[in-house]
Design a protein around this ligand. Structure first.
Ligand code: PMP
Length: 354
C-alpha cells in the first residue's frame, strides 16, 4: 500500500476473480464462461464497429436499448446497460444503500456483494443459508433493508420461485430488492415481468454467460423508470461511456441471434444433466443446480485436494476455501467434450484419493 492510499479503503479486501491462466491449455471450467463462441452477428458487428473507434460510444446505448427492450419486453426507459453486471450491481449499491438503508444478502452467494458493501461504506448483514444450501425466503420478508439475492444463487445453482421472490419484494415496499439473474437462462424463471407491478424491484442480468460475451463486458439492469433514472445519475457521475462501441455492437448482434443463444442454453442444460448423472454415479453429492455450473462434493474426498489434483491434470475448476464451502467444488458446465475430459481426469483423481 502506498502512503497515499485513502484510509477509507485501507481495510478493503478486493474480490478475487477466478484464475485466467495464460500458460497451459487448460480445460477451463472455473469461471462459468460459455463454451460456445459469440453469435455470428455479434462477431461481425463488433468487427465493423472497430472501424469507428476514434469516436466515443453512444452514452445512451440507443440501438442496444431499443433491441433489448423488444427482447425483454420492457420500455426503453426501464433498462440500463453497464460494463458487465458487476457495474450495475455496484451502481445499485451506490444508489440504493447507505447507513439508513443497510444491505442484506445470503452468507453464501456471489462474493462481490460483500466487496461492494465495503467499498461504499454500507453496513451489511449476511443471512445464513439453510443447512442444505437453500435460501429461506421468510428470512427476507419484511426485513426493511435493501435485499440482494442471486437467482439462481451462486455457487449453489439453487433457485427461488417467482412466487417466493414476489413475497420478498411485496413485503419490503420501502426498500429496493435486487435480483441478480446472471444465471437465469439455464432453467430458472426471470422475474423481469414483475417490474411492472413493483417499483422497488431491480433485476440485473449479464451477457457473460449464455450470451457468450464475458470478454465484451456487458450487463444490464431492468426496473421501473425511476430506479433506472437513479442508476443513470450514478452512471453519468462515474463513466457515461461505460459501454465501448464494439461491445455495444456485439450486444445488438447477440440480441438478433436469440435462436442461437436459446439453442446453446438447451445444450448446456443437457450436458449439465448428463454430467450430474455421471458425478452421482461416482458418489458425489450435488445441489439441484439450474445454472451453467454444478456444485459438488464427495463424502470421502477433500474438495481442495480434488481441485489441486485436477489443476495438475490440466482441468481448472473453482474451489472456495471458506468453512462452509471447502468440501465442495464449483464446476462450470462446458461442452460435452470438455466434460468428458473432466470426468476422465476426475476418475483418475478419485483413484488416487480413495
Ligand atoms: N452475478 C453473479 C451471481 C455472478 O456469478 C457474476 C460473475 N460471474 C456476476 C454477477 C458478474 O458477471 P459479469 O460482470 O461478467 O456480468
Amino acid at each position: 500500500m502506498s502512503r497515499f492510499f485513502s484510509a477509507k479503503y485501507a481495510n478493503l479486501t478486493p474480490y478475487t476473480p477466478g484464475e485466467q491462466p495464460k500458460d497451459t491449455q487448460y480445460v477451463k471450467l472455473n469461471t462459468n464462461e460459455s463454451p460456445f463462441p459469440p453469435s455470428p452477428n455479434a462477431i461481425r458487428m463488433a468487427a465493423e464497429a472497430a472501424a469507428n473507434l476514434q469516436l466515443y460510444s453512444d452514452p445512451e446505448c440507443r440501438d442496444l436499448v431499443k433491441k433489448a427492450a423488444e427482447v425483454f419486453q420492457v420500455a426503453e426507459d426501464e433498462i440500463l446497460f453497464t460494463n458487465g453486471s458487476d457495474e450495475i450491481l455496484n451502481f445499485a449499491f451506490m444508489a440504493f444503500c447507505d447507513e439508513s438503508h443497510p444491505v442484506v444478502f445470503p452468507d453464501i452467494s456471489y462474493g462481490f456483494y460483500k466487496v461492494f458493501a465495503a467499498l461504499n461504506g454500507i453496513p451489511y448483514e449476511e443471512i445464513p443459508l439453510r443447512e442444505d444450501f437453500t435460501i429461506d425466503p421468510k428470512d427476507y420478508c419484511g426485513i426493511g433493508k435493501t435485499v440482494v439475492i442471486a437467482n439462481p444463487n451462486a455457487p449453489t445453482g439453487i433457485v427461488l420461485s417467482t412466487e417466493e421472490i414476489e413475497e420478498i419484494v411485496k413485503s419490503n415496499p420501502d426498500n429496493v430488492v435486487i435480483i441478480d439473474e446472471a444465471y437465469v437462462d439455464f432453467g430458472g424463471e426471470s422475474v423481469i415481468p414483475l417490474i411492472h407491478k413493483y417499483d422497488n424491484l431491480l433485476v440485473t442480468g449479464t451477457f457473460s454467460k449464455c450470451r457468450s460475451l464475458a470478454g465484451g463486458r456487458l450487463g444490464f439492469g431492468i426496473g421501473c423508470k425511476e430506479l433506472i433514472g437513479d442508476l443513470n445519475t450514478i452512471k453519468y457521475s462515474t463513466n457515461p461511456y461505460n459501454i465501448n462501441r464494439m461491445t455495444m455492437a456485439a450486444g445488438v448482434g447477440t440480441l438478433m441471434d436469440e435462436d442461437y443463444i436459446r439453442k446453446n442454453c438447451q445444450t448446456i442444460m443437457q450436458v449439465r444433466q448428463w454430467t450430474v448423472q455421471q458425478l452421482k454415479a461416482l458418489g458425489f453429492v450435488l445441489t439441484d443446480s439450474k445454472a451453467n455450473f454444478i456444485f459438488a462434493m464427495h463424502p470421502q474426498a477433500d474438495g481442495k485436494e480434488i481441485y489441486l489434483r485436477m489443476k495438475k491434470k490440466g482441468v481448472l475448476i473453482r474451489h472456495f476455501d471458506t468453512p462452509r464451502l471447502r468440501r465442495h467444488n464449483r464446476i462450470t458446465v462446458g461442452s460435452k467434450q470438455q466434460m468428458e475430459v473432466f470426468l476422465e481426469k476426475l476418475n483418475e483423481v478419485l483413484e488416487e484419493l480413495l
